[in-house]
Design a protein around this ligand. Structure first.
Ligand code: KG4
Ligand code: ZN
Length: 348
């Protein structure tokens, strides 16, 4: 295996295939820039109202080669210039993960360069370090996507403490399931957010319960809220406008997230906050979090949209951090790990 001396990593190629985005990215150490290409499978899964793992695996297999070629061409290089290959080892869907892992493994073997397994959630968080020079460990991270809702204390690279996580549905899932009830397409988060902006401030809106009200916990729960929403929709569909329903569910989800963030910040004051994952695109969440952090005289960092949804840019940047700041990649027995808690992550 080639050396892990940081000076030898001029260019790294990464593959992301944990769910329904096929993505490849190249990191150039000299310019500290990322070139990435993402192919989203969302249209393939829309008819089913969620991701179908078998369809996702087949599509990754079909698209991966082209996506890698495009990322290399955007970075103005070829495979001969690549000094390490990174891939998403987990967490994620086993079939899609295996497609990316086998591809990356074969490529690293053929090129005789190190293979770097990356933790998908750590990468979602650490990409903020690429975009914001002022950000440093330790910080609090709110990771909110279609599959994850976690509050994480990021102590240093490789060291994370899960302060709270969802007991059932993820925040994005709560948006998507509520949208499905309203007859919206998957993924419904963006459309709910859009409809919510059209609500008339004077118009009545349905009342929804606060999840885990009065419970002393940093955990989240959204399935009860979804059931309450389904019932409200069934009983009062003609009483309130769709925009009023969209507004009510958006507020309920955002306020539940904000409340836990506030509680976590009370326990860990004086640290900044990173908000990552697809739901971080939600404008209402962004505004409420920014206000909360301004009041606390702390900063809130939101990775840009291209690095919020699943992407290989965050994987390649995380691989670079690990290769240059930690010792050397561990040879892990299992190529993929579909369930891989971030607090059990080996820092190498
Ligand atoms: O991180 P992501 O792209 O994929 C994974 O789940 O891994 O997150 C997708 C989720 C979906 O549930 C989608 O509805 C939600 O993020 N989402 C939003 C918004 N944009 C995407 N939810 C609320 N408001 C948005 N603007
Ligand atoms: Zn993700």
């Amino acid at each position: 295996m080639a050396s892990t001396n940081p000076r030898h990593f001029h260019k790294i190629l990464a593959i992301e295939s944990s769910c329904d985005e096929t993505s490849a990215a190249v990191y150039c150490a000299q310019t500290k820039t990322i070139q990435q290409k993402i192919y989203s499978q969302v249209e393939l899964h829309r008819a089913y109202g969620g991701v179908v793992p078998e369809i996702a695996s087949r599509s990754h297999l079909e698209k991966l080669y082209g996506v890698v070629e495009q990322a290399l061409s955007q970075a103005d290089c070829t495979l001969k210039d690549i000094d390490a290959i990174a891939y998403t080892r987990g967490p994620g869907l086993v079939g899609p993960l295996l497609i990316g892992a086998c591809y990356a493994d074969a490529l690293a073997y053929a090129l005789q360069v190190p293979l770097v397994p990356v933790h998908h959630l750590e990468a979602h968080i650490t990409i903020a370090l690429h975009e914001y020079q002022a950000l440093q460990f330790p910080f609090l991270a709110l990771l909110v996507s279609g599959g994850h809702t976690e509050l994480i204390l990021a102590e240093s690279l490789g060291h994370y403490r899960i302060l709270g996580s969802t007991m059932d549905d993820a925040a994005g899932e709560a948006f998507d399931k509520s949208g499905k009830i309203m007859g919206l397409n998957y993924p419904a988060g963006p459309e709910i957010a859009q409809q919510a902006t059209t609500v008339d401030p004077q118009e009545p809106v349905p009342e929804l319960p606060e999840p885990l009200k009065g419970k002393q916990t940093l955990d989240f729960s959204f399935s009860g809220l979804k059931t309450a929403f389904a019932r409200a929709w069934q009983l009062h569909k003609n009483q309130y406008s769709p925009a009023a329903f969209a507004w009510a569910i958006e507020q309920a989800i955002v306020d539940a997230l904000l409340k836990r963030v506030e509680q976590a910040l009370d326990q860990h004051p004086d640290i900044p906050l990173v908000v990552a994952g697809g739901v971080a695109a939600n404008r209402c969440l962004r505004e409420k979090i920014k206000t909360c952090m301004t009041n606390r005289k702390q900063s809130a960092y939101f990775p840009s949209m291209q690095y919020c949804t699943d992407n290989a840019g965050m994987i390649v940047h995380n691989a670079y951090l690990r290769l240059t700041k930690l010792s050397k990649p561990e040879v892990l027995k299992q190529k993929v790990q579909p369930r891989w808690p971030i607090d059990s992550l080996n820092p190498w």
